[in-house]
Design a protein around this ligand. Structure first.
Ligand SMILES: *Cc1c(COP(=O)(O)O)cnc(C)c1O
Length: 385
């Protein structure tokens, strides 16, 4: 019991700060979520295109996939016996869409971000990372032997200054700049065109851009902000995930074939983990190809997003968002939790986001839009704010 007291005391402290996290059971149907018999509009899902909740897509997929091809386990790493054709088909689809560049798949975005950076960095590497990059990239940086400096969030001028400072330092053979395109907590975005322009001025620089929240959502074919700003070929490590708009699971890297081959030989979270079930790969490929033409859905999402951003601002909240992720920044954790609870009472499922996910005193309601919402549903929610 004595050994457990240590943890129990910390849990008590979290509870007092309003920062205790818990699982909640739920059931979902389309854009609705039901928790403890309360049916609410789900404003917290990452299913941005509404594909994960689309029953007809699932039916079509299973109709096309005979039982013999519904492999539920790969039973090993891809380097042993786990390299099923489904992997190669999905990588080929990605390659084809992404200008013929090489593609490599990972079990999750987390595996991807904790694995790539340690593999491609050494003591002669400097990593410059945006202050707000996702925890998975922070963990990847920590696992690496690179030196690491963070630049002010979305401040490319600060990044330029740091590059000028470190670029001619002989201690470093390469500098990897790490950022997201659309940021998961503020919904704001990096100016990728400017980032690429900055890179072109410094010979030692490689870019690492995480498009977890942009794949499916941005670009004519849903290939992300890199497609939207026409910089697919200028980003050395273009990564993203399938768990959000792609309605599946996993991560991908678009890169040079040399990097791909290097990672297959050096990336620990790829080498030492059982590969995803082939059926998941087949499903991801099915969805990826379908979403290439969902341009109208993406436009609808864009319109809803602009509408909500303006409304939140009109209510007097600072709104950094330029995307479908729209925070309402309240500040104090307990107040944020209480506000979220009230909105849930009123039928809108909104999650509070608190430290350590976001900086202290910037607790917020995080609204994730998806293509299934109508404007009048948002109006009802806005009226309550
Ligand atoms: C969700 C997310 C990840 C993690 O991806 P998973 O596939 O869920 O492990 C990585 N990076 C960013 C920016 C994310 O938002």
């Amino acid at each position: 019991m004595y050994l457990l007291d240590h943890y129990a005391a910390q849990l008590d402290e979290l509870k007092q700060q309003g920062n205790l996290r818990q699982f909640t059971s739920n059931s979902q149907q389309g854009r609705w979520i039901e928790i403890q018999q309360r049916r609410m509009l789900n404003l917290a899902s990452n299913d941005y295109l509404g594909l994960a909740s689309d029953l007809s897509l699932r039916e079509q997929f299973f109709d096309e996939t005979p039982n013999a091809h519904r492999l539920m386990s790969s039973s090993s790493s891809r380097l042993l016996t786990g390299n099923f054709p489904e992997y190669e088909r999905l990588e080929a689809s990605l390659s084809q869409a992404f200008a013929g560049r090489a593609a490599l798949l990972f079990n999750s975005g987390y595996h991807m971000n904790i694995g790539i950076l340690p593999a491609v960095s050494d003591a002669k590497t400097l990593i410059l990372a945006d202050k707000l990059v996702h925890a998975s990239m922070i963990d990847g940086i920590r696992l690496s032997s690179a030196k690491y400096v963070r630049y002010r969030h979305n401040d490319l001028q600060h990044l330029s200054q740091l590059l000028q400072k470190y670029h001619d330092d002989e201690a470093f053979e390469r500098i990897i700049v790490v950022t997201e395109s659309i940021f998961s907590m503020d919904g704001d975005e990096t100016d990728l065109a400017e980032l690429v322009r900055i890179k072109s001025q410094f010979a030692k620089v490689m870019l690492y851009v995480d498009e977890a929240h942009a794949i499916g959502v941005r670009g004519e074919q849903g290939l992300g902000c890199a497609e939207q700003y026409q910089v697919i070929e200028q980003i050395d490590f273009l990564v993203g995930t399938f768990g959000k708009a792609m309605a599946s699971v996993g991560g991908y890297l678009i890169c040079h074939p040399i990097i791909r081959e290097f990672l297959i030989n050096r990336m620990r979270s790829l080498i030492f983990s059982t590969a995803q079930p082939p059926i998941c790969m087949a499903w991801t490929n099915f969805i990826f190809k379908k979403q290439l033409t969902m341009t109208a859905s993406r436009q609808h999402l864009q319109q809803l997003s602009a509408y909500l951003q303006q409304a939140v601002q009109a209510k007097g909240y600072a709104c950094p968002s330029t995307s479908h992720i729209v925070p309402v920044i309240i500040g104090e954790s307990q107040k944020t939790v209480d506000t979220a609870a009230q909105l849930q009472q009123a039928g809108f499922y909104i999650m509070p986001v608190r430290p350590p996910t976001v900086p202290v005193q910037s607790s917020r309601l995080r609204i994730c839009l998806n293509t299934q919402f109508q404007q009048d549903e948002l109006d009802q929610f806005i009226a309550l704010l």
